[in-house]
Design a binder for this molecule. Structure first.
Ligand code: PLZ
Length: 452
């Protein structure tokens, strides 16, 4: 039985929802419109939304709204519900834990599930060296802590991030993030000692991995200096930046340079982690072993949890009390993570991500073959994107991208855009989506592009 079949017949929670696209009303329907009116009256304007719906249930490959619409989910709440929404094993683990105790603060009186999550992360992350982990609440918090840990270990301060990189919305992570609008504009001043290097972006720079790495290393050596540099942080495949897959050899060359220069190499796998790319981690796709790895999103089936995992000597450099937080490694989130990691490892989800990737890639390249406005289809596993361009000039076409995404949502298919130039549609379906629903979602995308 495939992973998708297992999940669609599961006995509890969201996955028992009918796996269908159904439009009962226009989107938004009246109940969704009512919630959105309350939202604009009560919720800060800075908190946006992609699909104008009042969600009441989700599971398998659908999101159901209060008006009776059933939308195909091709975004997984930004790569979070990879195991599927309300996966039965996650639901059971959470219910059991929530009835036992909800919180003690791990720094006050420790509990087993936190330790078990750390052990699992030390085991499943790339490399067979001795590792340790620390748990946090959000991706941004994990990134902040990875930087703290690297600085403490190296006794150096500078950090290099890359063009198109995304690392979060807190002050330090805004500084690491490349794109001004909407993430940084007006929110400065930003943390100091953050520098930016050029990325390998084969579709736009035409460089080999070796040449792109040479260029990046030259910028780092000339503008920062290895003696000042604590860490390099990079998403092995960029997420918000546009699902940019670096050319072969780029990441290994950076890792090699970092190791030779006592610079901590941090892979931000918050979006790429946990089977998403058809490997447990994207670092495995490129054959690299990072010193530290940040994880979040897919780790706990929708509950807030994040982690930093890495070489024991680096992780142990911080003094006792230097790392932590009230909620980091909350027991309910840890129970969800243990259940999710069990599903990733034992229910064929890596294989399923590859199957989904094969469908996405073949369908999107078919569309590209008859429509030159798709400049590139790229990604790995169930993390695939299409970059939209003006076919004459290759210039990014953000207006077309926005129009296609909007039309898809109106037709009951939730897609997410991304990219520095806003001209990429990314596909991140839950790994529990049935094939038929994925195909139907892509039919809608193709029709929306034809009509645009
Ligand atoms: N690092 C690589 O993808 C989160 C953010 C969406 P948090 N990406 C989605 C938005 O508009 O806020 C992300 C990521 C990578 C860090 C983060 C930050 O993770 O859990 O959102 O803090």
């Amino acid at each position: 039985m495939s992973a998708a079949e297992t999940l669609t017949v599961a006995p509890v929670g969201g996955p028992t929802l009918p796996q269908e696209r159904k439009l009962a009303t226009a989107i938004p329907g009246p109940k969704s419109a009512e919630l959105l009116a309350r939202k604009s009256a009560a919720v800060a304007a800075g908190v946006g939304h992609t699909a104008p719906v009042h969600t009441i249930a989700a599971g398998g490959g659908v999101i159901v709204d209060a008006d009776g619409n059933s939308l195909i989910d091709l975004g997984s709440g930004i790569a979070v519900t990879s195991v599927g929404n309300s996966h039965p094993k996650v639901v059971a683990a959470v219910q059991e834990q929530v009835a036992q105790f909800t919180h003690t603060c791990f720094m006050v009186s420790p509990y087993e599930s936190y330790v078990a999550v750390a052990e699992a992360l030390n085991r499943v992350t790339p490399g067979d060296h001795e590792k340790k982990s620390a748990l946090f609440n959000s991706g941004a918090e994990a990134v902040e802590n990875a930087i703290k840990i690297a600085r403490k270990f190296t006794k150096k301060q500078a950090v290099v991030a890359f063009d198109h990189g995304y690392h979060g919305r807190t002050n330090l992570t805004m500084a690491l993030t490349a794109k001004a609008m909407p993430y940084k504009s007006g929110f400065g001043p930003f943390a100091s000692e953050i520098y930016r290097a050029p990325l390998s972006y084969p579709f736009r720079d035409g460089l080999s991995g070796a040449d792109a790495a040479k260029k990046a290393i030259s910028v780092i050596e000339k503008q920062v200096g290895a003696d000042n540099l604590a860490a390099i942080i990079i998403e092995p495949i960029q997420g918000e930046g546009g699902f940019i897959v670096p050319a072969d050899g780029f990441l290994p060359a950076l890792v090699e340079w970092a190791r030779a220069n006592d610079v901590v190499f941090i892979a931000d796998e918050i979006q790429t982690g946990f089977a998403r790319t058809g490997e447990m981690f994207a670092s495995d796709v490129f054959g690299i072993v990072p010193d530290l790895i940040t994880t979040a999103k897919g780790i706990a089936g929708g509950l807030p949890l994040a982690a930093v995992t890495g070489r024991s000597e680096i992780m142990d450099a911080s003094h006792a009390g230097g790392l932590g937080g009230t909620y980091g490694g909350n027991p309910v989130a840890c129970a969800a993570a243990l259940a999710s990691i069990d599903v990733f490892e034992n229910d064929g989800l890596i294989e399923r991500a590859r199957e989904i990737g094969a469908i996405l890639t073949s369908r999107l390249t078919d569309i590209q073959a008859r429509d030159a406005r798709i400049g590139e289809v790229r990604g790995h596993g169930a993390m695939i994107a299409a970059e939209f361009v003006d076919p004459e000039t290759n210039e990014p076409d953000a207006a077309l991208t926005a129009a296609v995404a909007k039309a898809c949502i109106a037709q009951g298919v939730v897609v997410l855009t991304c990219g520095t130039y806003g001209n990429v549609i990314r596909f991140l379906p839950p790994l529990s989506i049935p094939d038929a629903l994925l195909h139907e979602g892509l039919d809608v995308v193709a029709a929306a592009l034809d009509a645009a």
